[in-house]
Design a protein around this ligand. Structure first.
Ligand code: PHE
Length: 344
């Protein structure tokens, strides 16, 4: 019995030395487990006399219970310590300043595209879009640029296969709309979209850019209607005092064709470095839709006529906001984009 007492205090001492949950668990197995020390004592009972056995048994049971109680108390204690440690390390300091959250803003190309589309919508035009991977048919053939026409050279692009390509202008949407709406005349549409050309990228050229095509087809549409419409556009974009100037030009799908200049918004026409001292800035290409383009789409060119124009949105943004390199519109540098927060 003496031995049992010293064994017990030995066990308690071991337990007192353990100061982690892992150590305690290990000791629990060692002392109370199936192959543990207490179990070994139980086995010894077989060798005892009938008188000794109950006393010994009671004592071993007492040890077992004591150890058991000790362990569960210690586990409780250690768990509490661990939770407190965790709470202390995960403490939220509510006095810290908040992390600032920045709202983004629209890209200048989006701002410009939407402004132009909204203006034309207010004049009764409908917004129409088309595929960026376009058929040769709508991009070139129906725009009066047949196979092997030299004009294709200036609008070289990526061909996905022999008949599909990345569209080179939004005139491809125009020729689609002409065909689709040939029985619902008049047609009044404004068509924004990405366009692609094989260009060496530099300050004023990008292999991808954005155009907006305008198209109006009805009876008795004249060049003066085009001029008046473009004047409204120029004044809306650059100010009430804007004037426009038409210069003769050439496109395969319009006849006659014009290049349209606007009064230099910087010098108001007196001449400066923005307009290369001319007082005018070139804004877009336009013209009266070629009768053959109407006929190819199935529209009677004797009865109907109309105008079309194509604005380079990148160019309009660069002019309006003084962006000198077109590439900065495509690098998504948020420092540049954030500046457009200040414009409507
Ligand atoms: N598609 C022409 C271009 O990309 C622009 C244009 C459109 C000219 C409509 C006239 C009429 O250069």
């Amino acid at each position: 019995m003496k031995d049992l007492d010293s064994l017990k205090s030995e066990m308690i001492q071991k337990l007192m030395a353990a100061d982690s949950l892992v150590d305690i668990e290990q000791l629990r197995i060692e002392l109370l487990g199936k192959k543990g020390q207490v179990q070994a004592l139980m086995k010894k009972m077989r060798d005892l006399s009938n008188e000794e056995r109950p006393l010994f048994g009671a004592k071993v049971n007492e040890i077992k219970n004591e150890i058991d109680t000790y362990i569960s108390n210690r586990v409780q204690e250690l768990m509490k310590v661990e939770i407190e440690k965790k709470l202390a390390s995960e403490k939220i300091d509510i006095t810290l300043p908040e992390k600032s959250f920045k709202y983004g803003n629209q890209h200048p190309l989006t701002i410009m595209s939407e402004a132009i589309c909204e203006l034309f919508e207010s004049m009764g035009y409908a917004v129409e879009e088309g595929p960026e991977v376009e058929l040769d048919l709508y991009n070139f053939e129906r725009a009066n640029i047949p196979e092997n026409h030299p004009a294709r050279e200036m609008q070289d692009t990526f061909f996905v296969d022999v008949e599909r390509l990345l569209r080179t202008h939004t005139t491809a949407i125009q020729t689609r709309v002409l065909e689709e709406q040939k029985d619902q005349l008049p047609i009044r549409v404004i068509c924004p979209g990405k366009t692609y050309r094989r260009d060496e990228d530099d300050a004023t050229h990008s292999h991808q850019f954005i155009q907006i095509e305008g198209l109006l087809i009805d009876e008795n549409i004249k060049m003066t209607d085009l001029k008046g419409t473009l004047e409204v556009l120029a004044q809306n974009l650059f100010g009430e005092d804007q004037r426009i100037r038409l210069r003769p030009s050439y496109f395969q799908f319009t006849e006659p064709s014009v290049e349209v200049d606007v009064t230099c918004f910087n010098c108001k026409g007196s001449g400066c470095n923005v307009c290369k001292e001319s007082g005018w800035i070139e804004l877009l290409g336009a013209g009266m839709v070629h009768p053959h383009v109407l006929e190819m789409a199935g529209i009677d060119s004797e009865k109907y006529s109309g105008f079309a124009f194509g604005i380079g949105v990148d160019r309009a943004v660069m002019l309006k906001y003084g962006v000198s390199d077109i590439r900065s519109l495509y690098t998504n540098d948020t420092r540049l984009l954030a500046m457009f927060d200040r414009f409507d």
